[in-house]
Write a protein that binds this ligand. Structure first.
Ligand code: MN3
Length: 199
């Protein structure tokens, strides 16, 4: 199937001051589009061309590392835009999700600490995640374009810790970016939607 670049679900300046219009213009229009263009060129005329995105990500992880880098990043960013909202953040998580976070990760505060630490300690480029595996929630991090799908888990929330995601707004202060992102931008409604689908 042919893939297209999804529009941002909000205006470029809607996440300011936490994430600037300049960051979103580069990140969405340039970086995400580049992953799409590279992936599309690599799947054209191959068996991958008939597959859905999740299957491309999973199959290319073992069979075609160069394609995986592009497809993984294309997939991750399709969700990343939706994991943020101008009215995001806060501490009012949908009930069932909040209950399972308490049960599996201790509390919202413990989850927040683990998630931010996962992002801070990811050496170089990558992502930090909340994922569901075998009915349990866990926090993980992955390098480059990798994601929980290739570890048999379902991504519920992911934050991009590539420098292109924060360097314009935060320079080298990755911890500050992660704290601000978690407290002000996370679209818990979308996390809950993925959680319900995975439960
Ligand atoms: Mn990115």
């Amino acid at each position: 199937m042919a893939f297209t670049l999804p529009d941002l679900p909000y205006a470029y300046d809607a996440l300011a001051p936490h994430m600037s219009a300049e960051t979103l213009e580069f990140h969405h229009d340039k970086h995400h589009n580049a992953y799409l263009t590279a992936m599309s060129g690599m799947i054209e005329g191959t068996d991958y061309a008939a597959m859905g995105l999740e299957d491309i990500v999973k199959k290319s992880h073992s069979d075609n590392p160069k394609l995986f880098n592009q497809a993984g990043q294309f997939y991750n960013h399709v969700h990343f835009w939706k994991w943020m909202s101008p009215s995001g953040g806060g501490r009012n998580l949908p009930g069932k999700l909040a209950e399972q976070i308490d049960a599996d990760l201790g509390s919202l505060d413990e989850f927040r600490d683990k998630f931010i630490q996962a992002g801070v300690t990811q050496f170089g480029s990558g992502w930090a995640w909340l994922a569901m595996k075998d009915g349990k929630l866990s926090v993980m991090n992955t390098p480059n374009g990798e994601n929980p799908l290739v570890h048999g888990a379902t991504p519920l929330l992911g934050v991009d810790v590539w420098e292109h995601s924060y360097y314009i707004d935060y320079r080298n202060a990755r911890p500050k970016y992660l704290e601000t992102w978690f407290d002000n931008l996370v679209n818990w409604d979308y996390v809950a939607e993925l959680y319900e689908a995975a439960s």
